[in-house]
Write a protein that binds this ligand. Structure first.
Ligand SMILES: Cc1ncc(C[n+]2csc(CCOP(=O)(O)OP(=O)(O)O)c2C)c(N)n1
Length: 666
């Protein structure tokens, strides 16, 4: 006879059948047995790192069983029970942890840092908070599709201190998104106890501040977690809205196995050991004669056999053989560019009108395209690019957002996971810093990590020359050209802007689309009236000459044109890069091989800008063809000053002509 003690948790079986109760038990037992095995393997040095969810299984299992398999769940690093309850083959899970090809990230990311569309699970990135906003995006897609689906997302109590948490809950509430936010309050965030993490009684109390219902549940009571979440999910499916749940539980092992639990008082540990969700439920089931020794043996041996077999096959799988081509090819989702030629009807447009018209036509073409940004709806955006859009497309697709760049970028990611496109307008490109983390860590890395593309265009009104000071004038493309996984577009003319914006929106990868504010209303051009596309990675040769190659983009193109117009004796190739990632290396190299001299003009300050990389590339590729050192001309190494005379001094524009003359006479 197995030893059975009296349960320390009060269970109320409600209307659950014995079969349903046994299923709950089985689903908790499985992650527990896997973990026990992992701890042995860890001690044997056979796996590298382990984040334990021992003692927290009732939350993962309860929530997952309360949702339909078609509904998305976004788990954290202690939610093994989510993965096992969704019945992911253990072979694949073990391969993931061992970095084998049959895992979910082909050895590119570790532990639970992966998602899988096959099981509607979207795993975390290390930064914890961003997935809360991603859940908002998935929920927004569900709301717009009116499919009555709920999304559940997890965070630890530590993660609730991040801005992402506040932004995500606020957006979910303002937009009434069908999300269940699950806080697993397990007492410690790494070594930090709750009283050093937040200063309120219960985290659930925060629901009131966001205008959403919230609940406190005993996270160790599987019947309570399952039944309550199930009921809430049913209600949310009928009446979409966000809900906050704080599950009280405890982290029984170290933050990760190697770090230990010395800082945790023994009484606390003992108190929570006595509340073990599996032991107590087992006692309860035995006491009600629902679970028997035979069933228990059967479950245990069945799960152990499954674990052993999956481990054997995972170990047997050969190690990944590095292949640079494969790695590079997976950074971006494949995109078959479709060249849609413009018709012959043209109209003179300013840069700003061309962007507006391009965006409008893409909204007409892609019915699943949503645009989001501050003040973009009735107000039309601060530059009026989306004026009239609400009337044409409605507020579902033209969405004013609260001031929360991180959450909105994350929403874009979530929409993409749910198969929708989005354009996010930064009010000024300077403010992208507040959404920087999800762009460079989530959007940029997602396809490489688990083949999930981020079909998001971030519009970036940028640039100086408008006397707007350090926070409304930056041209910050270099922050993004540095990051593999992003595409960066920077048109200088209305025609290019319209065609490239159409391509950016068609492209399933994340694109940063820079729009120079000083060019918005000053540059005009005949632009085809119909929808058309232009390819990425093709620079434009604006003037052809023999003596020098001028390589630039954005406002620099117009500065260079002005200098060439005033100096008809200079015979130059003027290359407008148009897109910085991908970069048209061939056009640059071919031109420099012809002229023998290169000057790269960039509006950004010098150090670390793309001019430096182009210069280095020319040294490597064209050294024998160069008749002079490659010259970079950029703005001063200071923040961008406000007042006109300081801004003029700051900008590269004023230095370009003399630098060009110097180079020509070298
Ligand atoms: C932005 C960020 N800062 C710090 C960390 C390091 N870190 C990883 S997990 C963790 C504690 C998280 O605590 P909590 O959210 O309560 O989850 P728990 O580990 O307790 O389940 C910390 C500090 C991180 N991953 N990301």
């Amino acid at each position: 006879m197995p030893t059975i003690t009296k349960s320390n948790i009060d269970y109320d079986k409600r209307n659950l059948s014995d079969k349903a109760l046994l299923k709950l038990y089985y689903n908790m037992l499985k992650p527990r047995l896997i973990e026990e095995k992992m701890l042995i393997l860890l001690r044997q040095g056979k796996i590298s790192k382990w984040f334990s969810g021992i003692g927290q299984e009732a939350i993962s299992v309860g929530v997952t069983m309360a949702l339909k398999p078609s509904e998305y769940i976004l788990p954290m690093h202690r939610n093994l029970g989510v993965f096992t309850t969704r019945e992911i083959p253990l072979h694949r899970l073990f391969c993931q942890w061992q970095g084998k090809a049959s895992g979910f990230t082909k050895g590119r990311d570790r532990s639970f840092h992966f998602g899988t569309q096959d099981y509607n699970i979207v795993g975390m990135i290390s930064h914890l908070g961003p997935q809360l906003g991603v859940a908002d995006g998935i929920a927004l897609a569900n709301l717009l599709k009116k499919n009555g689906q709920v999304t559940a997302v997890f965070t630890g109590e530590g993660g609730t201190s991040e801005g992402d948490f506040h932004e995500a809950l606020n957006v979910a509430s303002v937009w009434q998104l069908p999300v269940i936010f699950c806080i697993e309050n397990n007492g410690y965030g790494l070594s930090t106890p709750t009283n050093e993490q937040y200063h309120c009684k219960h985290l659930a109390d925060r629901g009131k501040g966001y205008g959403m219902d919230s609940f406190i549940l005993d996270g160790n009571n599987i019947i309570e977690t399952y039944s309550k979440v199930k009921k809430l999910a049913e209600s949310i499916r009928k009446r979409p809205r966000p809900i906050l749940i704080e599950f009280k539980t405890f982290r029984r092992r170290g933050h990760e196995e190697a770090s230990g639990t010395k800082y945790v008082p023994q009484e606390l540990m003992s108190e929570w050991e006595a509340k073990d969700p599996i032991e107590n439920f087992r006692s309860y089931l035995f006491s009600k004669k629902i679970l028997s020794a035979e069933i228990e043996d059967q479950y245990t041996s069945e799960i152990k056999a499954e674990i052993d077999a999956a481990l054997d096959s995972a170990y047997a799988e050969e190690n990944i053989i590095p292949n640079e081509t494969i790695e590079l090819n997976d950074v971006y989702k494949q995109f078959e560019y479709q060249d849609i030629k413009p018709n012959s009807n043209v109209k003179e447009l300013r840069l700003i009108d061309a962007i507006s018209e391009g965006l409008r036509q893409s909204m007409e073409k892609h019915k699943d395209l949503v645009i989001m940004g501050q003040d973009i709806a009735e107000y039309g955006g601060v530059f009026k690019i989306t004026e009239g859009f609400v009337e044409q497309f409605g507020k579902d697709r033209v969405r004013n957002t609260p001031i929360c760049e991180s959450a909105i970028v994350e929403v874009g990611m979530g929409l993409s996971i749910a198969g929708m496109k989005s354009v996010v307008e930064m009010q000024f490109s300077d403010f992208v810093t507040s959404g920087f983390n999800p762009i460079v860590n989530y959007l940029a890395k997602s396809h490489y990590r688990w083949e999930q593309n981020a079909d998001v265009v971030v519009r970036m009104p940028c640039g100086a020359g408008v006397a707007a000071g350090p926070f409304h004038s930056q041209t910050n493309e270099a922050w993004f050209t540095k990051t593999p996984g992003l595409k960066v577009v920077y048109p200088a003319f209305p025609y290019d802007a319209k065609g490239l914006l159409a391509t950016a929106i068609n492209d399933p990868n994340p694109v940063l689309f820079f729009e120079h504010k000083a060019l918005y209303r000053s540059i005009r051009q005949d632009v085809p009236t119909d929808y058309f596309t232009l390819p990425f990675g093709q620079a434009a040769l604006l003037t052809e000459g023999e003596s020098v190659s001028i390589i630039t983009y954005g406002a620099g193109v117009h500065w260079a044109l002005e200098v060439l117009e005033n100096n008809s004796d200079i015979s130059a190739d003027l290359i407008d890069l148009r897109t910085l990632q991908p970069l048209d290396k061939e056009a640059i190299i071919n031109s420099v091989k012809k002229t023998g001299k290169a000057i790269i003009l960039q509006e950004d300050s010098l150090f670390g800008g793309i001019a430096s990389d182009i210069s280095a590339m020319l040294m490597e590729e064209c050294f024998e063809h160069l008749d002079a050192p490659v010259k970079r001309v950029a703005s001063m190494e200071t923040p961008i000053p406000f007042i006109g005379q300081l801004e003029d001094q700051y900008l590269a524009k004023g230095k370009f002509e003399s630098a060009l003359r110097d180079l020509l006479s070298y």
